[in-house]
Design a protein. Structure first.
Ligand code: ACO
Length: 335
């Protein structure tokens, strides 16, 4: 059986570094509140007009370079913030990378998006439809957050991370284990942008049917917190069961970088020491679909993630959606 193997990794952050103090100048919050409630110290925001496809292409180019190739048979983009509602942004990413002509599509599963995108790409490889797929998580989340909603505005950031998946052997380092995924549509209102879809028009298009705030992202943070801990722990446990590893065998737990307290709670539920958590949210905030590949790229570049390390990935996001997988970290060129 063919496995999907990570053969390259890359990431990119936009130029606008925003500190907690910068946010405290704009709204009623403080560095101390943000740090103690979330663990976040800085994040990056795109400058006006910089689309998600640009972030995705920058990260994608670096992942291809790390894999030692300029080619991919397909581009899969996980994002909550496509350049436009229609068409998908992945074809534009492929064009920016000189890959016009290959299949390219978006995957929408908010913070679980990267794991869903890996699943789609791994399926293409397993079926023989592709030998090598570029999988990107990219977000310009600052473009959908209400700048006056202090509970969301302090949490999210922009950025992109990417991996190249290639056909390989299930036993080799970098081979993705079973990807465990799930969803619960009854929780759709927990994490949502209400307007601008087929259900509810954009407020400017029909002021009678939509509230102006409905164009922005909204999150019921406290409830999300509980579901995130439960679902990330459950799916990580299932992914571990498929590999036969025990929690003590895990060298690095790479959870969706939503909140440091969530990551600690998940580690505790799984009986994995908190020292084994990969933490990147302190620098970049919650970057939704970009969060796991950004954390992986950073940990790889800094040597926190070494070849042979047994790694578990787990995420929870809008939908609600969740998922996890496990792999042995391969030897890769940093880019
Ligand atoms: N600065 C100061 N005070 C604030 C801020 C802020 N930025 N934001 C909220 N507060 C206040 C609230 O108004 C509230 O005050 P009150 O008690 O007087 O009403 C108090 O702080 C506590 O608010 P909570 O919302 O209960 O704060 P909490 O500790 O839950 O932290 C947060 C909020 C950070 C959003 C947290 O709930 C969280 O991280 N939730 C999970 C997010 C997550 O997992 N997301 C992943 C999926 S997201 C996706 O898929 C896109």
């Amino acid at each position: 059986m063919r496995a999907a193997v990570i053969g390259g990794i890359g990431s990119w952050l936009p130029p606008g570094l925003v500190s907690n103090d910068d946010l405290a100048d704009r709204m009623d919050t403080s560095d101390a509140w943000i740090r103690t409630r979330t663990g976040i110290r800085t994040r990056y925001f795109v400058p006006p007009g910089m689309p998600t496809s640009r972030l995705a292409a920058e990260a994608g180019a670096r992942a291809l370079e790390s894999a030692g190739t300029a080619d991919a048979d397909a581009v899969v983009l996980a994002t909550t913030t496509p350049d436009r509602p229609c068409p998908a942004s992945a074809p534009e990413v492929a064009r920016r990378l000189g890959l016009t002509g290959v299949p390219a599509f978006d995957v929408s599963a908010v913070c679980t998006g990267f794991l869903y995108a890996l699943t789609a790409a791994a399926g293409m490889i397993a079926s023989g439809a592709a030998e090598q797929v570029l999988v990107i998580g990219a977000e310009a989340f600052s473009t959908i957050v209400d700048p006056h909603d202090r509970s969301s505005a302090v949490v999210f950031g922009d950025g992109a991370g990417a991996v190249v998946l290639r056909a390989g052997d299930p036993g080799e380092p970098g081979a993705l284990g079973r990807i465990v995924l799930g969803s619960d549509g009854s929780l759709a209102d927990l994490i949502t942008v209400r307007a601008g879809g087929s259900e509810r028009p954009h407020p400017e298009a029909d002021p009678g049917r939509s509230d102006p705030a409905d164009r922005y992202f909204s999150m019921r943070g406290r409830e999300v917190f509980q579901h995130a801990v439960t679902r990330m722990s459950q799916s990580a446990r299932e992914a571990l069961a498929h590999t036969g590893w025990r929690p003590g065998d895990v060298d690095r737990l790479v959870g969706h970088q939503a909140n440091l307290r969530i990551l600690h709670a998940v580690a505790e539920q799984l009986d994995i020491p908190v020292e084994r958590l990969v933490v990147h949210l302190d620098r970049v905030g919650n970057t939704a679909a970009a969060s796991i590949p950004l954390a992986l790229a950073h940990a790889h570049a800094t040597g926190d993630l070494v070849p042979g390390a047994r790694v578990v990935l787990a995420a929870f996001g809008g939908g609600a959606t969740w998922g996890a997988t496990a792999l042995t970290w391969p030897s890769l060129k940093a880019a």
